[in-house]
Design a protein around this ligand. Structure first.
Ligand SMILES: [Zn+2]
Ligand SMILES: [Zn+2]
Length: 243
């Protein structure tokens, strides 16, 4: 699962492995949306991606996959989505990605999956005005803002609700403190991972909700011209990363 993403352009969308063409169709569940269909094509590890998910834009893919998933691990879910070819190395789709994976895994963990569609639609609406380049131009990384959108949504914050508004702003501040401490050129992967880790910690400490997440080994560094390599906490040790 740690193949560089550059190789995913021709093989399996999820893992980069070779595709296997079976003699006859079998029922398979799509990695992204969970829809089951008969197909002759999957990879050696069993990954199948339905035609609709193959063709989706990054934003539509995030919305669909986050609504259907039963994951409780926002970083694992984010990485699966980032591997899809519709995702650019950098771009504003990451600004929706962060609140979407957090809202989805929160609903799965808290037992409120029936609220997911409504919360995801609102996360999509609220993250849309956060344009690419906000980190360097407005001084607030869109991934960090995404964590504030998440806390505002799950606490029902409004500008008039003091405690909830306080939580949402403290969340964004904690994510941006991590993003701002790196001093590298923007990296939407690194800044998403940092923001998601901050959000998992915050949700546990302030709201008592345990989401699982670990700092990942980055598999995107070869696609990033400005990768700061050893100065990034997610940069993999060279020998093992290329295995
Ligand atoms: Zn695969
Ligand atoms: Zn699908």
């Amino acid at each position: 699962m740690s193949l560089p993403v550059v190789e995913h352009r021709s093989g399996c969308v999820v893992c980069g492995g070779e595709l296997v063409y079976l003699a006859r169709g079998e029922a398979m569940a799509c990695v992204y949306c969970g829809a089951t269909a008969e197909s002759e094509t999957r990879c050696a590890q069993g990954h199948y991606v339905c035609d609709a998910c193959h063709a989706r834009s990054a934003i539509d893919l995030i919305a669909r996959a986050c609504e259907k998933t039963d994951s409780r691990d926002p970083i694992d879910l984010a990485r699966t989505l980032m591997r899809h070819p519709a995702f650019k190395m950098h771009g504003p789709e990451h600004h929706f990605l962060v609140p979407a994976v957090l809202v989805a895994t929160w609903c799965n963990q808290k037992g409120g999956p029936e609220r997911k569609a409504e919360l995801l639609a609102e996360a999509r609406r609220r993250s849309a005005p956060v344009l690419g380049g906000f980190c360097g131009i407005q001084g607030a990384c869109g991934a960090g803002i995404g964590t504030g959108i998440f806390i505002a949504l799950v606490t029902g914050s409004t500008p008039l609700k003091g405690p909830q508004r306080g939580l949402a702003n403290r969340m964004t501040a904690q994510a941006l403190a991590l993003v701002g401490a790196t001093e590298g050129a923007r990296c939407c992967k690194r800044d998403c991972f940092l923001s998601l880790l901050a959000a998992v910690k915050f949700a546990r400490a302030e709201l008592g909700v345990k989401l699982s997440a670990r700092g990942p080994r980055c598999e995107f560094s070869e696609l990033n011209r400005e990768c700061v390599e050893e100065r990034c906490p997610f940069y993999p040790a060279r020998a093992s990363a290329r295995a």
